[in-house]
Ligand binder design. Structure first.
Ligand code: MG
Ligand code: ZN
Length: 187
């Protein structure tokens, strides 16, 4: 069905979990799910919607955490998502600092394009969900529709993004509810 959303590419911090003080979740024990997010992920999975995560983690490139630290954070995230009934198809990470001028840090589109390529899902059926301007810009660069959430950093960008025609929702559970209430529509 044209317009049916069947793949969400989710930003991590501010979408799935609370942003840490200082900006970086460097330890698994500091991971805090935002309210209702695990349940929303499970409902989206049950509806057959593929879920990918695309996240800038410059704490690695800045030397604030190791690859092992990040692996432990993501092991907790994925373990708890799975136990809640959600399936995460892939996690795409930019580990670089802004000064590295890499090819993958959002607002560049590479993480999204990698998730798209791995999915086999059409661009038109894929939506980027984020809380930051960089997420919206990465989506535009990848040729994908985007949705802004007011959770995380999103509230400060909401008015501007709505002015650009980007749909705005309070948080991931709100968007999931809207999406599942009107199947066949996009985004
Ligand atoms: Mg974010
Ligand atoms: Zn990068």
């Amino acid at each position: 069905v044209p317009g049916t959303v069947s793949h969400l590419i989710l930003d991590r911090d501010g979408v799935l979990n609370a942003e840490a003080e200082g900006g970086f979740v460097t330890r698994a024990e500091d991971w805090r799910w935002l309210p209702g997010v695990r349940e929303a992920l499970a409902r989206l999975s049950a509806a057959g919607i593929r879920l990918s995560i695309a996240t800038n983690q410059s704490g690695l490139g800045r030397g604030l955490m190791s690859a092992e630290d990040l692996a432990r954070v993501h092991a907790r995230m994925l373990g708890e998502a799975t136990r809640a009934g959600a399936t995460i198809a892939g996690v795409y990470v930019c580990p670089h600092a802004p000064a590295d001028d890499c090819e993958c840090r959002k607002p560049k589109p590479k993480l999204l394009l990698d998730a798209l390529a791995a999915s086999g899902v059409a661009r038109a059926a894929t939506v980027m969900v984020g809380d930051d301007r960089r997420d919206m810009e990465a989506a535009a660069a990848a040729g994908l529709a985007a949705v802004l959430l007011r959770s995380g950093k999103g509230a400060i960008h909401a008015e501007e993004m709505r002015g650009r025609g980007i749909p705005v929702y309070d948080d991931l559970p709100s968007y999931a509810q809207a999406l599942l209430d009107r199947p066949g529509q996009s985004p």
